[in-house]
Design a protein around this ligand. Sequence first.
Ligand code: XIL
Length: 333
Amino acid sequence: MREIPPLFLLFSMLAQAQPAALRQLAGERTIKIGAAVNPALLQQADYAETLAREFNQVEPENSLKFGPVHPQQTTYHFDPVDALVAFAKDHQMAVRGHTLVWHKQNPGWVTRGTFTPEQLAAILQEHIQTVVGRYAGRIYAWDVVNEAFDDDGSLRKTIWSGFIEQAFRWAHEADPKALLFYNDYDAEVVNSKSDAIFRMAQDFKARGVPLNGIGLQMHVTLDPGSLENMEANIKRIAELGFEVQITELDVRVPLDSGAATSEQLEKQAQVYHDIVAVCVKYPKCTAIQTWGFTDKYSWIPGAHRGTGAALEFNAAYQPKPAYRAIADALKTR
Ligand code: XIL
């Protein structure tokens, strides 16, 4: 009998010791595990390798917003999204689109233009048909409308507020197979905003407006609010027949001493665990996505001064306690 080379044995032992990647755990229960991506960073080997190894879904963090993708009235800038869609195909990842209708990151030609409501409607229709149509069959889900409600549940007054329902209809025409989402922040628990979103979903369902799900952003802190309340919100959306996707999860940490303490990182891991565990209880909760994946590139330090370390990999692409917590929660039955 041939002797087994000791190096081979060592490698196979190491392979067994290697814990399963998140995408493998998610795949076993047919849930998507995603990350928001800056396509320019796919050139960096550690970024691209971690992304492809761990996730089965990507979403461009900025590249599909109106301003970046449609900077002039007759100019579209599709290269970064095309690159991400190609990367996703190479690595068998699903792609979410974000976002078609939002009051932020609109181009100057829209915000500084003097358009009549009819002209604005035509602009938005052309935009949605062009962008959704281009990626039909390649982008499986869209955040059609983002952040249209104020915290008190009233409709936010923006240039697009008159076209919310129509936006869903236009997106559906452009890709009848795509899943269409309404996406918002601070609407994870039952509150005035999530009540308004729920009423809109009931109304859309009753009138046949094409809506498939609600995206819960989940930019949370170490104190994310009542879990029972979060579960009650997810449950009512699921029972109404809609999907829920966690679309922008991050858990920011106050960085008073410069770096996160191990105590903070353990607390953060618990928050990640609790949120993922609630989602996996509901078959209608079909995706969990973090807003980035490495602390090296996160919007948090820029947007919430004095906080950071919000994601599941540290700046050196090492898994944090939060990573282990997501993996553990994905395994709960
Ligand atoms: C953020 C990006 O992460 C930043 O790079 C950009 O400067 C501003 O927008 N809610 C959303 C996302 O729906 O699009 C936002 O993304 C974060 C809050």
